[in-house]
Design a binder for this molecule. Structure first.
Ligand code: UD1
Length: 424
């Protein structure tokens, strides 16, 4: 049987949390094409005959080995076809730089569809370009698919909230991870036919790479397998907490950051707290002279066992980790303390207690059925929440459709929508 049609799909990635959300979509496109090439007639009912040319665009919002390159290796993502090298800057500068560079790419590639994921500046910038571009004098433009649509913190001080709202209202296809997303979009007047409840592609990645994480050497490197450390351990793994903090609202103001660190003192006195710190956070620690709260593990320690097992009251600061090592640390932690969005979902899927150091969350399902609690940002709130979660035995339940098949559902919808349109 002849392949009926070809379509070009651009997937945009830019910053660290994009990589694990986009990887399963790129893999699903590759598998679809392989199946089609091997046996076009055997695709069967419900499978599209469209061959998809996948173009991966990296905006360069994150550019370090630790914030970007390592994730391509860990998640088996192919090298980007196009790298925009937009880099850091204020929100306006970064967004504008990405837009200028992405417009040239889109005009050259004339993609049928652009996939943007999550809520970072790259997501908004590329959706905005795709929404206003004209390939010809008739105004032909690509479809825009937004993966992780509908999440709302209802806090417009968060740059991500602005990115989420605008991207959702530009998108033609809105792929939703949890029920609150459906409700939010309907309340904002987004028509039902654009909205598709598909589950969570970040959980596709987690389930696909969990076995690899089980082989990570990171626990040994950090001395957390130390059975003779004299501390409570399960299966030879020390009891430890995992910490991430990077939100400007938490780390850019001295008093706010200080109160969070004070809230963590009791936890750091009772078990090792491992803190892979974002470059922004490391800079702030130096700016504010907060080194006294931390014990630094240098890059040069990598490969050697470092004693993190004895709580000294100081947090064990390490450079940002790759996906596989971080997943391994999350899986075995007694508690995870974070201000990240995605980690609330990953801990819910793993059944690991999570303390979110924020006043709100755009992911309420992680609280309703999962293992997450909102601590706020006061020292006392964090202290109490960490204590409660350390003692928690609740495993929660995994939300509907977080089953490892979300990317395939997305691809099925994308193919159907492309089939409905005239070729560009
Ligand atoms: C971005 C996202 C945030 C996401 C976070 C994950 C937006 C608005 N924010 O925030 O939602 O949770 O990524 O990490 O898009 N830097 C480096 N190396 C890098 C990248 C950044 O050193 O590879 C430093 C730079 O000093 C830069 C700063 O980190 O100025 C902040 O980077 P930026 O991309 O502006 O925002 P994030 O805080 O990383």
């Amino acid at each position: 049987m002849e392949i009926a049609r070809k379509a070009r799909v651009i997937t945009v990635v830019g910053a660290r949390p994009n990589f694990m959300k986009a990887a399963p979509i790129i893999a699903a496109i590759r598998d679809h094409n392989n199946r089609l090439a091997m046996s076009p007639s055997a695709m069967g009912f419900g499978h599209s005959q469209i061959a998809i040319e996948s173009v991966l665009v990296h905006t360069g919002q994150h550019y370090d080995e630790a914030m970007s390159d390592r994730f391509f290796t860990d998640l088996n993502i192919p090298r980007p076809d196009v790298h925009l090298e937009a880099g850091s800057g204020s929100h306006a500068v970064q967004t504008a730089e990405i837009m200028k560079r992405f417009e040239d790419v889109l005009l050259r590639e004339r993609a049928d569809l652009v996939v943007v994921v999550g809520d970072v500046n790259s997501t908004l910038a590329c959706a905005l370009v795709a929404a206003k571009i004209s390939y010809d004098t008739y105004g032909a433009r690509p479809l825009i698919a937004h993966v992780e649509a509908g999440l709302r913190s209802f806090d417009r001080c968060m740059p991500e909230e602005i990115n989420r709202i605008v991207t959702d209202h530009l998108a033609d296809l809105l792929f939703v991870t949890e029920e609150s997303g459906l409700r939010n979009l309907r309340e904002e007047g987004v028509p039902d036919h654009k909205i598709h409840f598909v589950g969570n592609t970040m959980i596709d990645s987690l389930l696909a790479f969990k076995h690899k994480a089980d082989q990570s050497p990171i626990l040994g490197k950090l001395g957390l397998r130390d059975s003779d450390s004299g501390h409570e351990s399960t299966n030879g793994i020390a009891r430890y907490a995992l910490l991430t903090l990077h939100r400007p609202s938490n780390v850019d103001r001295r008093e706010g950051f200080l109160s969070i660190l004070e809230g963590l003192e009791e936890l750091a006195g009772s078990c090792p707290v491992i803190f892979p710190a974002h470059p922004r956070t490391q800079k702030r620690i130096a700016d504010f002279g907060f080194e006294r709260f931390f014990r630094r593990q240098n890059r040069s320690d990598e490969g050697e066992k470092t004693r993190s097992t004895s709580p000294s009251g100081r947090i064990c600061l390490v450079d940002p980790l790759g996906y596989i090592d971080f997943l391994c640390l999350m899986e075995h932690a007694a508690v995870v303390v974070t201000d990240s969005g995605g980690i609330q979902e990953e801990t819910t899927c793993l059944g690991v207690p999570c303390v979110t150091v924020r006043e709100n969350t755009e992911r309420p399902i992680t609280i309703r059925v999962g293992t997450n609690i909102l601590a706020g940002t006061s020292a006392e709130g964090i202290r109490q929440a960490a204590q409660r979660q350390l003692e928690s035995k609740t495993k929660g339940t995994v939300p509907e459709a977080w089953d490892g098949r979300s990317a395939q559902r997305i691809l099925d919808v994308i193919c159907q929508e492309i089939e409905k349109r005239q070729p560009l």
